[in-house]
Design a protein around this ligand. Sequence first.
Ligand SMILES: Nc1nc2c([nH]c(=O)n2[C@@H]2O[C@H](COP(=O)(O)OP(=O)(O)OP(=O)(O)O)[C@@H](O)[C@H]2O)c(=O)[nH]1
Length: 132
Amino acid sequence: MKLVLVAACALIDVDGRVLIAQRPEGKPMAGLWEFPGGKIEQGERPEETLIRELKEELGISVSEPCLAPLTFASHAYPDFHLLMPLFVCRRWEGTVTPLEGQKLAWVRPNRLKEYEMPPADVPLVSHLMALL
Ligand SMILES: Nc1nc2c([nH]c(=O)n2[C@@H]2O[C@H](COP(=O)(O)OP(=O)(O)OP(=O)(O)O)[C@@H](O)[C@H]2O)c(=O)[nH]1
């Protein structure tokens, strides 16, 4: 089984809402809502992945001390095993902008269950509810 490492980040705004993004058409699991992030590339640390992905996907600058580890997902998909650390971030520079045509939503943690997420993400929601 292939192990896929992905770094994900829950951005949290001043009202305690969490940012989720909808996977665009044409990608696996299109239409599901997920945390911004992406695959950890060779030689990258998860924090570096997130700083890169948050810039590419959302146009924001995040500094490493603002990324706090919260929990992780370990989930067996049919074709790979996903290991995904989830960080939280409350401070960034710039305006969150959907640079890859994705839909974005700022959601209170107790309403995250109304958004269909990949199966790996479902157990993460209760951690966010406990935090916020
Ligand atoms: N970013 C992100 N990926 C997630 C989450 N949950 C989850 O199962 N994943 C899975 O982790 C992988 C993320 O990699 P990605 O976003 O870089 O991958 P992708 O499908 O866009 O592929 P590509 O980058 O090769 O085009 C995908 O298989 C995605 O379905 C999540 O909350 N955030």
